[in-house]
Write a protein that binds this ligand. Structure first.
Ligand code: PLP
Length: 233
């Protein structure tokens, strides 16, 4: 496990890089939310990041995060993002635990989330996951189906659609993923035109290896794990 001082140091470093990337794109860095991806990390490591000022955390598995989030529930200003594929049988738990579900990747899941939200009389904030590069190993809507799917999901009660999320292909060179992020920005622009009643405010794109490119291309959320917590065991 890495030491608290390292986490504070790493966070400061990532924040500095976010500011610099925003500056290069003539953007206000306040538009960018840093989500610290704490998957596989224990609650005490999350707490160390919290003590260093971090408030947004990302988890990819409902089962794994349940104990962690419950354990840290006294920290009332923590904001939890679900960033991994959500199985239908975990929806109720996910809705209870998470503030934003970034990984809505099927109409079926959107419909099920809508029903849970309605039954509980609340609104669930969601992003639509897009598989820009069409990788078979990844979840998400294809760019081609996205416009139609967005219309259907926008009409579902109980969901607050807030934008798009993508996981870029793994590449040794961060520049290689720029076209993917650029495409995301175009997809959002298209949706802003065809579905102006939705506030497409978020573009969640960029991880440890490419978050600066993400910000240059318009990311409002970057999801960073290793650069903060170190390599996962
Ligand atoms: C693990 C993960 C991240 C963070 O990845 P790092 O390379 O550790 O920054 C971001 N997004 C998703 C969807 C992930 O699963």
């Amino acid at each position: 496990m890495i030491h608290q001082v390292d986490i504070a140091y790493n966070l400061e470093n990532v924040r500095r890089r976010i500011v610099a990337a925003a500056q290069r794109a003539s953007r206000d860095y306040h538009e960018v939310t840093l989500v610290a991806v704490s998957k596989t990390m224990p609650a005490e490591t999350v707490l160390a990041a919290y003590q260093a000022g971090q408030r947004h955390f990302g988890e990819n598995r409902v089962q794994e995060s349940q104990e962690k989030i419950t354990c840290l529930s006294s920290l009332s200003d923590v904001y939890w993002h679900l960033i991994g594929h959500l199985q239908t049988n975990k929806i109720k738990t996910a809705v209870r635990l998470f503030d934003l579900i970034e990984s809505v990747d099927s109409l079926h899941l959107a419909g099920a989330l809508s029903r849970v939200a309605q039954a509980q009389g609340e609104k669930i904030a969601v992003l639509l996951e897009v598989n820009v590069a069409g990788e078979p190993s990844k979840f998400g809507f294809s760019p081609d189906e996205l416009p139609g799917v967005a219309v259907s999901i926008a009409s579902l009660p109980g969901l607050e659609l807030q934008g798009l999320m993508t996981v870029a292909p793994i590449s040794p060179n961060a520049e290689d993923v720029r076209p993917v992020f650029h495409r995301m920005r175009e997809l959002r622009a298209g949706l802003c035109t065809t579905l102006p009643e939705v506030d497409w405010k978020h573009l969640s794109m960029g991880m440890t290896d490419d978050f600066e490119v993400g910000i240059e291309e318009g990311a409002t959320i970057v999801r960073v794990g290793r650069a903060i917590f170190g390599v996962r065991g």
